[in-house]
Design a protein around this ligand. Structure first.
Ligand SMILES: Nc1ncnc2c1ncn2[C@@H]1O[C@H](COP(=O)(O)OP(=O)(O)OP(=O)(O)O)[C@@H](O)[C@H]1O
Ligand SMILES: [Mg+2]
Length: 348
């Protein structure tokens, strides 16, 4: 198992700062997902770890040993890192088996052993019996799974994934999520996983790192990223959310008391001494329609199965909130929204 450490790592392309002074530790055997908007630097980070890009500043360390800094870099083939990138980079002239077995052939693994391992790994990714197909005879999703198999067979101690499931349908994605969990459990490899799918990140990882503009906004376990985001952008990026502005007016039993549109409720906070204006995060499951609460008008209702997603405009505020109801109230009617859980977004 290998510990990956990034220290003050910076990467520029002309005037674009793709990675801006990132310091981050990926403990040995951890599974970290990288989430963030397009262009925030996720692929660049992976490329630096794999060795396809040099850092302009800072260093990459494996188990305490510097393997890349601006003056010298260990080449990719000597890092022992497995990668599955957005583009699959398969060899079109070889069949599936040839592509998947490549790492073993290069290492001189005997033919019979190779054959067995290729069959095993193809079964793992759901491509049983596809060994002799040519790459151009495969669909996009099948090619993606070949790329995955090719990476898995090498049994690397570090595996980097850049949206490895992007071309798969929902069912296959769900099945592959289970495959990843199994591989991680079995191999104990240190894994970094880039995805646009936050549900996937929440389901798969020990930790999620949310990036924006070449920086890390927060790195924490999924429950913390979802429930206690340190930044409005993190809150907005993961899960359904509403951020309201309110007034911190006091404390009660370790919770902050907030006033929003004339209504008071308690919210979790890191700083009970804070007073004045603050942003509060409301998730659908922390809200309910009740006899008392913020006055609000139903403005839309969408059936999501098994519940209706209901949006309500809060009276005396520009904001609307979203919650889930089994029985949807009619659009236009006035209701009360009670807050059962809320989070005060820490001051920047
Ligand atoms: N080879 C390159 N030359 C110039 N600019 C680049 C290069 N590679 C990346 N960039 C720029 O660096 C920034 C980060 O790019 P990167 O590919 O890491 O983003 P990303 O988070 O992976 O985005 P996406 O989710 O769209 O894949 C972007 O502004 C991009 O345009
Ligand atoms: Mg990318």
């Amino acid at each position: 198992m290998i510990d990956i450490r990034l220290e003050e790592m910076t990467r520029r392309f002309g005037r674009t700062v793709a990675l801006d002074d990132i310091s981050l530790d990926f403990p040995a055997g951890s599974f970290t997902s990288l989430l963030g908007p397009s262009g925030c630097g996720k692929t660049t980070l992976l490329r630096l770890v794999a060795g396809f890009e040099p850092p302009d500043g800072g260093r990459v360390m494996f188990d305490g040993e510097t393997i890349a800094d601006p003056s010298s870099q260990v080449p990719p083939e000597r890092r022992g890192v497995g990668v599955v990138f957005q583009s699959y980079a398969l060899w079109p002239h070889m069949d599936v088996e040839g592509n998947v077995a490549y790492a073993l052939t290069a290492r001189g693994v005997a033919r019979s052993e190779r054959g067995r391992r290729v069959r095993d790994v193809l079964a793992t990714v759901g491509l049983d019996g596809y060994g002799t197909r040519r790459i151009e005879e495969l669909s996009g999703g099948q090619r993606q799974r070949v790329a995955l198999a090719r990476c898995l067979i090498a049994e690397s101690k570090i595996i980097l994934f850049d949206e490895p499931l992007a071309n798969l349908d929902m069912h296959l994605r769900a099945a592959m999520v289970e495959v990843f969990r199994g591989i991680h459990r079995r191999t104990g490899a240190t894994m970094i996983y880039v995805t646009h799918d936050q549900a996937e990140a929440l389901a798969l990882s020990d930790r999620i790192a949310v990036m924006d503009g070449g920086r890390i906004l927060q790195i924490a376990p999924p429950t913390e990223i979802y429930g206690s985001p340190v930044h409005e952008k993190v809150a907005g990026f993961v899960g359904r959310s509403t951020i309201l502005e309110g007034e911190l007016v006091g404390t009660s039993g370790g919770l902050a008391m907030l006033e929003v549109a004339g209504h008071r409720f308690a919210a979790r906070t890191t700083d009970t001494a804070r007073r004045g204006r603050a942003c509060v995060l409301l998730r659908p499951e922390g809200l309910k329609l009740a006899a008392e609460g913020m006055q609000a008008r139903v403005i839309s209702s969408i059936y999501r199965g098994p519940v209706h997603e209901v949006r309500l405009q809060i009276s005396g505020s520009d904001h609307s909130v979203v919650l889930d109801c089994v029985d949807a109230p009619p659009v236009g009617c006035m209701m009360h929204v009670a807050v059962t859980d809320a989070w005060v977004v820490p001051a920047p």
